[in-house]
Design a protein around this ligand. Structure first.
Ligand code: MYA
Ligand code: JJ1
Length: 399
């Protein structure tokens, strides 16, 4: 039983939902508490200023030592400081939504939760909601019910800003996922992955056979492929928003500033490419991936696994095609694009390209030699119920 989640506006775990809508009504401003929730007296609230390198470093260190691990505690996400600034300072970011807890006596940062504003469509309806991420409690303070306090406090701060719904993802199952996706991994450096125990040599294989199997071409193959530039932003915005209408749960990039922030290449953080038609100069395709290394825990030879994660992609689709031809076209084109993504990720020295089976990813994982991971990612909405979304209808990629 979920002592905390049972008190929250979320559906029961076994509830079947047929209609969409808020679970509880918006709270009038004068009824929202204006003071932070009480904390045990040894702690105090703080806001993390991501424009201050010293505070960025404090958050980086908290997460590097205490954030998400795999089920056997072999790897732990190691988001870079530069990545965290990018993730937490998007257009219209709110200072009050970067919430920390410090030990009162020595001011040490021991817990954190973040919110950023996003426009998201679920089925037909577009909402402004809070995207929650980077919930973390220091390992020494686990199981003391600090997580519910962080969640309630960011909920209050979201209400203050007039936002009563949120989206979030988690590895754990709580009431109630709207979708569940599986991780897939494409090995680029099989030797290192085996040495890290990230992957195994299958019973009837050898390392040299694996190296051969996972080799990628020296060069990309798509004509007109190049790095995305600032002048591409307006076209990419239209192309990506259009592609995302294929899905039932997807972000809406409402302004060029959104695309500039989230999609334009950002050194050591995001890699983005477009395909430009040489004749018309029109952008027909785009794809992107981001860098999220993991610490390799207790390995004598390797300390970091360099992982890239597939991010957004899109392609122009001829609307005149029949449904089946359209799906075939997407499949073919997507395999070409992801094959180039593998070449570029390898060039950028990534050891593995990770993805989930959301969007149209099921169309390329087998052909591009991705394998099943042991991890799952559950998607959630707070204070909004809607019918379940199947994995291939999820269009939101969370960092
Ligand atoms: S997901 C990533 C979460 N972070 C990690 O996994 C990092 C490593 N782990 C930790 O730091 C801690 O174990 C955490 C829990 C902090 C996760 N999402 O304090 P506790 C529930 C939601 O004693 P601790 C991400 O960032 C748990 O079911 N709830 O536990 C998105 C139990 O409740 P109940 C979670 O282990 C986060 C209660 O907390 C999660 O010390 C979205 C136990 O609390 C989880 N990942 O700390 C948050 N893990 O008894 C929700 C445990 O009922 C946002 N719990 O089962 C909701 C929307 C808010 C905004 C609304 C605006 C309108
Ligand atoms: O990385 C993950 N699993 C790896 C390592 C497994 C180590 C033992 N548990 C894995 N490797 C096999 C790869 C192999 C490569 C060649 C082809 C065949 C497959 O499966 C998993 C994802 O699969 N990662 C995690 O478990 C990390 C946590 C995931 C939940 C994230 C929650 C984030 C919340 C943010 O909002």
């Amino acid at each position: 039983d979920h002592k905390f989640w049972n008190t929250q506006p979320v559906p029961n775990i076994d509830e079947e939902i047929v209609e969409s809508g808020p679970i509880e009504a918006d709270i009038p401003f004068d009824q929202i508490k204006k003071e932070p929730l009480p904390l045990p007296k040894e702690f105090e609230w703080c806001e993390i200023n991501m424009e201050d390198e010293k505070e960025v470093k404090e958050l980086y260190e908290l997460l590097t030592m205490n954030y998400v691990e795999d089920d056997e505690a072999q790897f732990r996400f190691d988001y870079s400081a530069e990545f965290l600034k990018w993730a937490l300072l998007p257009p219209n970011w709110r200072k009050s939504w970067l919430v920390g807890i410090r030990v009162a006596a020595n001011k040490r940062l021991v817990a954190f939760i973040s919110g950023i504003p996003v426009a998201m469509r679920t089925y037909e309806k577009v909402h402004n909601l809070t995207e929650i991420n980077f919930l973390c409690v220091h390992k020494k303070l686990r199981s003391k019910r600090l997580a519910p306090v962080l969640i309630k406090e960011i909920t209050r701060r979201s209400h203050i800003e007039g936002i009563f719904q949120a989206a979030y993802t988690a590895g754990v199952v709580i009431p109630k996922p709207i979708a569940t996706c599986r991780y897939y991994h494409r090995s680029l450096n099989p030797k290192k992955l085996v040495e890290c125990n990230f992957s195994r040599i299958p019973p009837r294989s050898t390392l040299s056979r694996m190296i051969k199997n996972f080799k990628v071409p020296e060069k990309t193959n798509t004509a007109g492929l190049r790095e995305m530039r600032k002048e591409d932003v307006p076209q990419v915005r239209v192309l990506l928003n259009k592609y995302l209408t294929r899905f039932d749960f997807a972000p809406v990039f409402e302004t060029d500033q959104d695309v500039e922030h989230w999609i334009l290449p950002h050194e050591k953080v995001v890699w983005s490419y477009v395909v430009e038609d040489p004749k018309t100069k029109k952008i027909t395709d785009m794809f992107s991936f981001y860098s999220l290394p993991s610490s390799v825990i207790g390995n004598p030879k390797h300390s970091t696994l360099n992982a890239a994660y597939m991010f957004y992609y899109a392609m122009e689709i001829d609307e005149a095609l029949e449904h089946e031809q359209k799906e075939k076209f997407i499949s073919k084109r997507l395999n070409e694009l992801v094959n180039d993504a593998l070449v570029l990720a390898k060039k950028a020295d990534f050891d593995v390209l990770n993805t989930l089976d959301l969007m149209d990813n099921a169309k390329f994982v087998d052909e591009q030699k991705f394998g099943n991971g042991d991890g799952y990612l559950n998607y959630y909405l707070y204070n909004y119920k809607c019918p379940d979304v199947s994995r291939n209808k999820v269009g939101l990629v969370m960092l």
